[in-house]
Design a protein around this ligand. Structure first.
Ligand code: PLP
Length: 407
């Protein structure tokens, strides 16, 4: 049996399955939780061992190991992505969103615009707005079933609006694109022309499938003055609740500015659990990751076959990267409320609603598939049964009862 087939006991204090969260967000607790982006798998053995070693030590005196952590990160990037990073350009932050929040504050003023590409990870809106900056939407477009950047719209907005940064998501959550070198180069050229910084969130960089290559924005030409990268081992190794993030800033003046700000707030004192787990992950976790990627790819292929054969009214945007699948339900012609009822109350699934990522995407849902395949198969069978049956009689949204089967 494959290690990723094991179904582990679910802890109710995990956000994904916490009954209070489920009730608050989905109005139900008897649902299979496939929403928040973390994994149901046990972490790699070397990471477990490094944490166990710490626990048995019983002494937690001050200990700083960022030098070793940064070396592990740069060695990993060289080996995995053929990306040469200068270990002197890293700054530690407690998490990716913290890093983005700091960069936005340091690289722009209140009221300035920050460009995002919805549908996109919903916390981007909050991190921008809570810093008093304006979210500028550059919606992705769909061509032949594939999401693409709308470069004309970006250029128009960079020309006419007071934009200081582009917040890039690569690989892109929730639609699963891994941006090509050509796409990224166009973005870099625009950033150079209009003097804005690309803040590149690369937290999903290692979760890419066999026919795709991940390109960091830091691998492109002429980026020195206009990029900042944010990374973390959290998604790659399933360490969401213990890992820190890091910034990579090639421009030395910007690097010093950001490092000073972070240092003055003592935000770079990460925990030793995170440091040791990160070193173990990046130095000894590669085999586990390769096994994981093979497993996830098998899951993705199974999903593609199932949707094609059994759910022709559902559109799957098969991801090039990330462990989420983006599903479109508009062909069902259901009202938004009826769709939600069908998925939550009949299929008994807690999926992330598409309008979290962009308000018009009410007919989309994101499913996190980093779970044992048997669980994902069960989820899709539940979905099929619900769709075959149609919206049931317990749905009583007064104005949309035309969606209801026979009542
Ligand atoms: C694109 C992206 N950035 C950031 C995060 C959150 O990162 P952190 O918990 O380190 O702030 C997530 C989590 O799902 C994400 O998908």
């Amino acid at each position: 049996m494959n290690q990723f087939d094991t179904i582990h006991n679910v802890e109710h204090n995990f956000a994904k399955s916490n009954p209070n969260y489920l009730k608050g967000m989905f109005g139900a607790t008897d649902v299979m939780p496939l929403w928040i982006a973390d994994m149901d798998f046990e972490i790699a053995k070397p990471i477990q061992e490094s944490l166990q070693k710490l626990v048995t030590r019983n002494i937690y005196a001050y200990e700083f190991s960022t030098g070793e952590v940064f070396k592990a990160i740069s060695d990993w990037n060289l080996k995995r992505h053929k990306l040469q990073l200068n270990p002197k350009s890293f700054v530690q932050v407690s998490g990716v969103l913290t890093g983005i929040g700091i960069l936005i504050r340091e690289l722009s003023e209140k009221g300035d615009g920050i460009l995002v590409q919805p549908p996109v990870y919903h916390q981007f809106f909050k991190v921008i707005e809570s810093a008093g900056r304006k979210v500028v939407h550059n919606k992705l477009k769909v061509s032949d079933g594939r999401y693409l950047m709308d470069f004309e719209d970006i250029e128009r907005k960079l020309k006419t609006l007071n934009i200081k940064a582009i917040l890039l998501c690569n690989p892109h959550n929730p639609i699963g694109r891994v941006w090509t070198k050509e796409e990224l180069q166009k973005l870099v050229d625009l950033a150079n022309t209009y003097d804005v910084t690309i803040i590149s969130d690369e937290i999903h960089s290692d979760i890419v499938y066999s026919r795709t290559k991940f390109n960091s924005i830091a691998s492109l030409d002429n980026i020195e003055n206009h990029i900042a990268v944010i990374g973390s081992p959290a998604k790659t190794f399933g360490m969401q609740s213990i890992s820190n993030g890091y910034l990579y800033i090639p421009n030395q003046n910007t690097y010093k500015q950001i490092k000073n700000t972070i240092g003055s707030l003592y935000l770079d004192h990460g925990s030793i659990h995170s440091a040791n787990a990160t070193i173990a992950a990046y130095t000894k976790g590669e085999e586990w990751l390769d096994d994981l990627l093979r497993y996830l790819e098998k899951t993705m292929n199974w999903i593609q076959d199932f949707v094609t054969n059994e759910l022709p009214e559902v559109t799957l945007y098969k991801p090039e990267g990330t462990y989420q699948v983006w599903l479109e339900f508009s062909k069902l012609n259901l009202s938004d409320a009826a769709l939600k009822h069908l998925v939550v109350n009949q299929a008994k699934l807690a999926l992330t609603p598409g309008d979290w990522f962009e308000e018009s995407h009410t007919q989309f849902m994101r499913m996190n598939v980093a779970s044992p395949l048997s669980k994902i198969q069960q989820a899709f069978h539940q979905l099929k049964n619900a769709l075959d049956k149609g919206v049931d009689c317990s749905f009583n949204e007064a104005e949309s009862n035309t969606d209801c089967c026979s009542c």
